[in-house]
Structure formats: C-alpha cells, structure tokens
Design a protein around this ligand. Structure first.
Ligand SMILES: CC(C)(COP(=O)(O)OP(=O)(O)OC[C@H]1O[C@@H](n2cnc3c(N)ncnc32)[C@H](O)[C@@H]1OP(=O)(O)O)[C@@H](O)C(=O)NCCC(=O)NCCS
Length: 412
C-alpha cells in the first residue's frame, strides 16, 4: 500500500514515482495506491474565491468544497491512470500493460458536528471493501483509491488520504504501508533521518515538546494506528527524494523511517540501568503484599541476580536467583509478569531460565516463598516443604508474620 498526497501528483517528477511503482508492479508486488488531492482542491476553491476551512486541524467540506473535491479527485485519478498507461520504454517492461482498478471500495460516514462545528461533507471511513480490492489485485491490477467515501444514502464524503490509507492497510492486512510525506520526513535533532521507530517511541515523540509539521504528525499518528492494527511495517519516506521508494525497499539501510509492529522482546540478565524498570514492575505487587519490599539500593546491588524480559524498551517480567552455595540451594524470588502480559507462558519461561542458571551454578534444589502463588509453583514441579528445609541463613530471616509457604523443587 502506497500513500502519496496531491502534492506528489502536481510535481513534474511524478512520472518518476509512477515509473518506480510500475516497476514494483512488474516485479509481482501487489500494489494499492491511495492518493490525496489537497492542492488540487485548494486551487479549485481559490479559482472560485473560496477556501478550505480547517477547524481543530480538521477540514470542513461545505457544498462548494465538495464539488471541488469531486473534480479534483477525478482529475488526479485520470492523471495517475494516464501515467500508468504510458508503458515503460527503455526498460525490461516495455510494452507491458498495467491495469488500474479504481472503485467504490470505501464506505464512509460524516464526521458530524463537533464542538458545535458542522464538518458537512468531511467523512471518516466506516468500512473498506477489502474483498473487492483483493479481487482486483488477484486479477493483476493495481488498485487505486481516491480520498473519497460513499455512504449507503448515496452521499459522497471527503476523506483524509492518510486516515484512509491506514484503514485500508489494516483492512487488507497489508505487509507494508509506505507513506510518502512532504518535506524531509522524520529527522533527528541533527537533521539525520530517524531509521527505526517503535509505536511506543512514536507516542513519546508525539507527546513530547518537539515541534513537528502538522502533516508529519498526522502521518505518524496514522503509521502507529496501522502498526497497532496489524500492518507489519510502515515506512515514512521523503516524497521529494528521487528514487526514495526503490532505495527504501531494496537497500539495507533505506532512506526513510521504518515503524515495525513486531515488538522487540528479549530475555536477558539485568543490568544496573534496568533497576528503575524492575522497580516499576515490582512496586504494585509490593504494595499489594504479594512480594516483599526491596529498596532501590538493595535492588541495584543485587541487579545481576535478575533475569528480565524487555519488550519495546520496557521491563515486562523478571525473576531473580539467590544462591545458597553451602546447601547447593537457590531461591527464585521476585517472579513477576506485568499484568498485561500474563498467561502467555512468560512466567514459565522465566522459571526455566532461572532453573538453567541454577544448574550452571551447581544448585541442586530451588525454593520459593509464596503467599498467593502456591498453586503456580505446585503445578510446576515444586513441593510443599517445612521452614527448616530452607538454608540456615534463610531460616533466620524467615518472617513469621508474613507466614509464606515454602516450596522446593529438585532439579534434575
Ligand atoms: C505468577 C506469575 C509470575 C505467572 O506469570 P505468567 O506469565 O502469567 O505465567 P504463565 O503464562 O507461565 O502461566 C499462567 C498460568 O498460571 C496460572 N496462574 C497465574 N497466577 C496464579 C496464581 N497466583 N496461582 C495459581 N495459578 C496462577 C494462570 O491461571 C495460568 O494457568 P492456566 O493457563 O492453566 O489458566 C504472574 O501471574 C505474576 O506476576 N503474579 C504476581 C506476582 C507473583 O505472584 N509472583 C510470585 C511471587 S512468589
């Protein structure tokens, strides 16, 4: 799925972009194009002495504006179709005929009245006819979706191309959504492109104080929504860069910003800089009395005993192993999984990691003290044991008021 604004179509270099799209099509990539038409709409409104009004960042499409939207969308569509029909002289694809299928794939409804403002014919996507688009793609065509939606009452709505692309990519389960943005794309403080971002990092960026052009904000918003709706990769590319599309797809480093939905998750030994994340995970459980309170200082000195699961930069699970060498025993402590990530086997996987670590250290038996999680341990090979089965040092520290139960597991 490739999204580009009406600016791209107005640019004399648009033919290059279409050429690259045609090449991708020729390689057998199933392409859906979503285009905007804002400059074309605005030009028509200006000719008629009117303007497109934006209130709270949303456009208001009155009757006059809607007429311009229809005209502009129609004209842009024809221009794209014409260029795609041109044939690719001097290329291995010379003579290849590209079929373009535009259509009524989008059902929309009015945004309605918000804060007293009637947005008239500005709409939002209600449904995408993914099946119809798939059929066209299956028959070898490029699907082209204009920024318009139709309602069952026969009305036409003006849609934001970026919102439309996000919804369509999600509905189709697209492998990739490529958003060609105006300007330089997303750059860091030193004007270098930001190569990779996770949805959570985009949230932080959007909430942060950094000033970003409104269009880029909107694109990032859409990119995150698409990722969260299951699109595996979303690329933001600077539209003006010649060959950006092919360079992004076919060079390893790429030229734009890639947002990938696949969350990066890793299980590893904790480091000192993880202390804050571990504390954050444990604090609510300490408050509830499920875990024994630990100070930051203590946690920092003992951090290398922890194994943790990091997902998108956040600590979502941890467990610690405290060895008692004299007795060849070890305690599994601070076992915790973030509530949103429970019941997916992470607790069990951490237990296995702790057991493996214990075996490496020559530990023969591991034990756990628990008040509310007895059955979890019992179901994983632990057995109830008396307090005097604990290592001496641990017995001396046993808190009778807490009255935890003791569970021991013999490691094979
Ligand atoms: C116990 C805990 C670590 C398990 O993590 P998890 O990743 O959800 O565990 P898993 O996915 O491997 O196992 C899930 C199974 O354990 C069960 N389970 C979860 N908490 C349990 C509890 N307190 N007692 C008994 N069984 C429990 C679930 O019902 C599920 O079983 P099911 O699939 O048969 O329904 C997690 O629930 C947690 O952080 N709890 C709060 C902290 C805690 O109690 N720590 C132990 C301190 S000694």
């Amino acid at each position: 799925m490739v999204l580009f604004g009406g600016e791209a179509v107005a640019d004399p270099a648009f033919a290059h972009l279409v050429h690259d799209l045609a090449l991708l099509h020729g390689l057998g990539i199933r392409l859906v194009l979503v285009h905007g038409a804002r400059p074309q709409i605005e030009a028509r409104l200006r000719e008629r002495g009117a303007a497109l009004h934006y209130i709270n960042g949303l456009r208001v499409t009155d009757d006059a504006a809607l007429a311009c939207v229809k005209e502009a969308a129609g004209t842009v569509r024809v221009e794209i179709e014409a260029l795609l029909s041109m044939g690719l002289a001097n290329s291995p694809m010379a003579g290849a005929r590209i079929r373009v299928a535009s259509g009524n794939y989008v059902t929309a409804r009015p945004i309605g009245v918000r804060d007293g403002v009637d947005y008239c014919h500005t709409g939002i996507v209600r449904r995408i006819d993914a099946e119809a688009i798939r059929q066209r793609l299956g028959s070898g065509a490029i699907a082209l979706i204009p920024p318009l939606g139709y309602s069952p009452t026969g009305e036409v709505f003006n849609l934001s191309a970026s919102d439309l692309a996000t919804s369509a990519a999600a509905a189709l389960g697209a492998d990739k959504l490529i958003m060609l943005v105006e300007g330089k794309g997303l750059t860091d403080g030193r004007a270098h492109p930001v190569p990779n971002l996770l949805p959570r990092e985009v949230d932080e960026l959007l909430q942060g104080r950094r000033k970003l052009p409104e269009d880029l904000r909107h694109a990032l918003d859409g990119a995150v929504a698409a990722c969260r709706a299951g699109v595996k990769r979303v690329h933001l590319l600077p539209r003006g860069m010649d060959g950006a599309l092919l360079r992004e797809l076919f060079t390893r480093e790429g030229v734009g910003t890639l947002l990938s939905a696949e969350p990066y998750e890793e299980t590893r030994t904790a480091r000192i800089e993880d202390a804050g994340g571990v504390l954050k995970l444990l604090a609510p459980l300490e408050e509830k009395g499920v875990l024994v309170r630990r100070s930051r200082e203590l946690l920092e000195t003992e951090i290398d005993r922890f194994i943790l699961v990091e997902r998108e930069g956040m600590v979502i699970a941890c467990a610690a192993l405290y060895p008692y060498a004299a007795e060849a025993m070890g305690e599994i402590a601070c076992l915790a999984v973030h509530p949103e990530y429970r019941n997916s086997g992470r607790g069990e996987a951490l237990l296995q990691r702790v057991e493996a670590k214990a075996r490496d250290q020559g530990i023969r038996r591991i034990f756990a003290l628990s008040t509310q999680t007895s059955h979890w341990f019992l179901e994983r090979g632990f057995r109830n044991a008396p307090i005097d089965a604990l290592p001496m040092e641990k017995q001396e520290l046993y808190n009778y008021r807490r009255n935890s139960k003791v569970f021991i597991k013999i490691l094979d």
